[in-house]
Design a protein around this ligand. Sequence first.
Ligand code: HEC
Length: 312
Amino acid sequence: MKPVHIIVVLVLVVICALLTLLQPVGDENLAITIEFAGSFHPMVLHLPIGLWFGVLCILFAGTRVKSLDISNWLLWGTALVWVSGLCAYGSGIMLYLGGGYGDAMVLPHMKGALGFIAAVAVFGLMVKARARLPWLWAGAVVVSIAVGIAGHLGGVITHGHLMEKAPWVVLREASVPEPEVAPPASEPPASDAITAFDAVVLPILEEKCIFCHGTRRAKAGLTLTSPTTILSGGSQGPALIEGQADDSLMIKRILLPNQHNQHMPPIGEPQLTPEEVAVLKWWINNGLRATVDDIPAEHGAWVKSSVSNTLE
Ligand code: HEC
């Protein structure tokens, strides 16, 4: 094996590792563009997984039928796994840089994927160096474990934890009666007075949530720009229940421990202060129809600063 092969492979693995240090971009237009490139990730990522099973089949055939010379098949198969793995990795990085995914969810998946890329690289070099079958099998086991871990950590991001979907968990939750839901606020505030939402809630959401839950990008289908869109909610239904802040999805997500992968805003993003959480809760409990005049004194500081902003 020529040293140049080892060097090229090593350099590419190191580049992949360095990519994990990048941070999501702050500029919204750039984020949208990068995220578009990243949206190919779900399409590309299954290639290395499927191709890897092909490589395992070749290895199996070579082990069973000793007269078969599998070395070239194995080499090209592994090369395909690796190149498609790099494409999946690159598109995944784009998705991350476009923002919208918290570090708590993405970093474990990113490290798992990096482990897979490195394991396939080592396996490929072993094939190239014509390692003996037992060694190749040992390498193949490591790669298979790596692909399992990386794939699972990716699945958690899109589908949630596996055990949350377990029938016994889902059925138990379904048997707990739903809380009484008050009818949504239908009447807008009578006068053209500034609503409490515009005065104190929107500024918080704009600063902490709307980058990901706005009209241009609505993660989980949730737009937090008006009481109506918040009420109509996202993929899991209404983000608030009027009068029941603690049962409202948006508050539940905010109050989850920071490291929880469903905590909002995702860890790594600017977090809400306790005062901001208190304002959101007050609004859900009392304020959907309230105007700026109804806002109690403890949230007064907000009123002053944000109303003067709104009136400017
Ligand atoms: C960096 C991007 C980002 C920020 C900032 C952010 N979110 Fe999210 N949010 C997401 C993503 C991605 C999802 C979908 C994945 C999930 O359900 O965790 C989501 C899902 C949600 C959901 C579940 C919606 C549904 O129906 O599935 C709620 C509620 C939510 N976010 C509320 C908020 C609130 C409130 C804030 C601000 C305090 C916020 N988010 C800030 C990215 C973000």
